[in-house]
Design a protein around this ligand. Structure first.
Ligand code: BES
Ligand code: MN
Ligand code: ZN
Length: 490
């Protein structure tokens, strides 16, 4: 998608203008109305459009206006308009005309501030996302027609400058969505590691550890998950040194990268198992975030570590009851091979702690139980540090990728004590997301740590948010991008 900003008013394709609550026109909407001799107002009166956020109406080829179609987008309350509401406006409008036949979408934002102009383009870009690469018979009229966006604004140079970093963030979101959407026969652990390596192009330092390297380090918890797979397990480390001092303690991000989760010997039921190609959503979020941060040259040191494995049943696979020793020496009784994400994470966390991070945050599609608790509206967070949890909550609110904190505690920790080893990898029937977090908690010591369970937010079967496609959302990229901007870049 091409995005440009222009200070001159010229309409050619689909033209959009904001309308605020109670049908209060922006200058663009007003100009369109005048040029069309009131056709816009008449169309509005004949509809239920009032300018409420989320609304849009289309008026085809009104005479007097050089446009194929005019879209009025509800921009809500003018005084309450903020970055997120402008994103939603841009996204909603894009969705309204994406298939219309017009190839250019012009937003007439002439009197609105530069930040709003940049956000509208960002929202439209997020909304334009599709994963069509495997559709060979898609009819031409089922393909998007919009291929470029032009935002008409008073200071196009200023808006363009504000948009540049957002464009990188969007590229990170798109990367994460693509990775989650790819099927597991294509995006297996070795292929994912290559995709991570490709990010060197953006100035990231990338290092790939293979099974031999990890064996040497004793990372047997992670390795135990991949024993049944034909693909080699990998650990990819993506480093971005953007702070003034390369030695400044980094933020470490860790991602669960289970490229496919069959459950292993504790095999999952068949119905719906196909969604488990997305069980690398944590790794995708971390990879997308690293792409975004490097792209916009974030002034912070950030290390992204992803554990890449495939969980398959096989003669060589881990059995229920097997005991494995993780890299830090703690022993784990694997009672359920479907609780594999935590096994991957603890060795990746251990590796991350070697960087002496000032904070460490992991992302994982870890538990079905988090969907029971929070649905698809919020990711669950767990933390040993109130300030970090608060900072994540704030970044969630400003990015729109919201989180909700759940508790940790000694009573929950007891539930994963094992008869034969230091711990077992499942708790009882209750508090499944919390016992999973307690398992991770046993590895992080006093380092400020947060765990983000994105099992309910990494993909969704449907969404009311026009920025999100159906299925892979790229959840975590915007959250981490905001977190770094608010907490690390000062
Ligand atoms: N990858 C799943 C969790 C999951 C479920 C993610 C649904 C997205 C949607 C994870 O590895 C898993 O299987 N967890 C088990 C844990 C249980 C065996 C303790 C679960 O949630 O049932
Ligand atoms: Mn599982
Ligand atoms: Zn899993």
């Amino acid at each position: 998608m091409k995005v440009e900003f222009s200070s001159s008013v010229k309409y050619e394709g689909a033209v959009a203008a904001p309308v605020f609550v109670d049908n209060r026109h922006s200058l663009g909407a007003d100009a369109l109305d005048k040029a069309s001799a009131g056709a816009i107002s008449r169309a509005q009166k004949g509809s239920r459009f009032t300018g409420k956020a989320g609304q849009a109406i289309e008026i085809k080829a009104p005479s007097g206006v050089d446009a194929q179609t005019v879209v009025l987008g509800g921009a809500g309350d003018r005084d309450a308009a903020d970055a997120l509401s402008w994103e939603a406006f841009g996204a909603r409008v894009l969705k309204a005309v994406q298939m219309s036949g017009a190839s250019v979408l012009e937003f007439d934002m002439r009197e609105l501030d530069d930040a709003a102009c940049a956000r509208v383009a960002f929202g439209a870009l997020l909304a334009a996302y599709r994963f069509d690469k495997y559709r060979t018979t898609l009819a031409d009229d089922k393909k998007p027609s919009i291929t470029s966006i032009r935002v008409i604004c008073s200071d196009s140079a200023a808006a363009k400058k504000l948009f540049a970093p957002l464009n990188e963030t969007a590229a990170g979101v798109v990367l994460a969505r693509d990775l989650v959407s790819e099927p597991a026969n294509v995006l297996h652990p070795e292929a994912f590691a290559k995709r991570a390596q490709d990010l060197e192009e953006f100035g990231l330092e990338v290092q790939i550890l293979d099974e031999k390297d990890m064996k040497k380090l004793g990372m047997n918890a992670l390795l135990s998950v991949g024993l049944g797979s034909n693909y080699g397990s990998k650990l990819a480390v993506m480093s971005w040194f953007g702070a003034k001092d390369r030695k400044e303690a980094p933020l470490v991000l860790v991602g669960k990268g289970v490229c496919f989760d069959t459950g292993g010997i504790s095999l999952k039921p068949g119905a719906g198992m196909w969604d488990m190609k997305g069980d690398m959503g944590g790794a995708a979020a971390v990879t997308g975030a690293m792409r975004a941060l490097a792209g916009r040259k974030a002034r912070a040191n950030v290390i992204g570590i992803i554990g890449l494995v495939e969980n398959m049943p096989d003669a060589a696979a881990t059995r229920p009851g097997d005991i494995v020793t993780s890299a830090d020496g703690q022993t784990i009784e694997v009672q359920n091979t479907d609780a594999e994400g935590r096994l991957v994470l603890v060795d990746a966390l251990w590796y991350g702690l070697r960087y002496k991070p000032k904070q460490i945050i992991d992302f994982a599609t870890l538990t079905g139980a988090i969907i029971i608790a929070l649905g698809h509206e919020n990711a669950g967070i767990f933390s040993n540090d109130d300030a970090l949890a608060g900072a994540l909550d704030a970044a969630g609110k400003s990015s729109g990728e919201t989180v909700w904190r759940l508790p940790l505690g000694a009573g929950y920790d007891k539930l994963i004590d094992s008869k034969y080893a230091d711990m077992k990898n499942i708790g009882g029937r209750g508090a499944g997301s919390i016992t999973a977090a307690q398992f991770l908690r046993r590895y992080v010591g006093e380092t400020p740590w947060a765990h983000v369970d994105i099992a309910g937010t990494a993909w969704k079967d449907s969404s009311d948010d026009p920025r999100e496609p159906t299925w892979a959302t790229g959840f975590g990229v915007r959250l981490m991008d905001r977190f770094v901007a608010e907490q690390c870049e000062g």
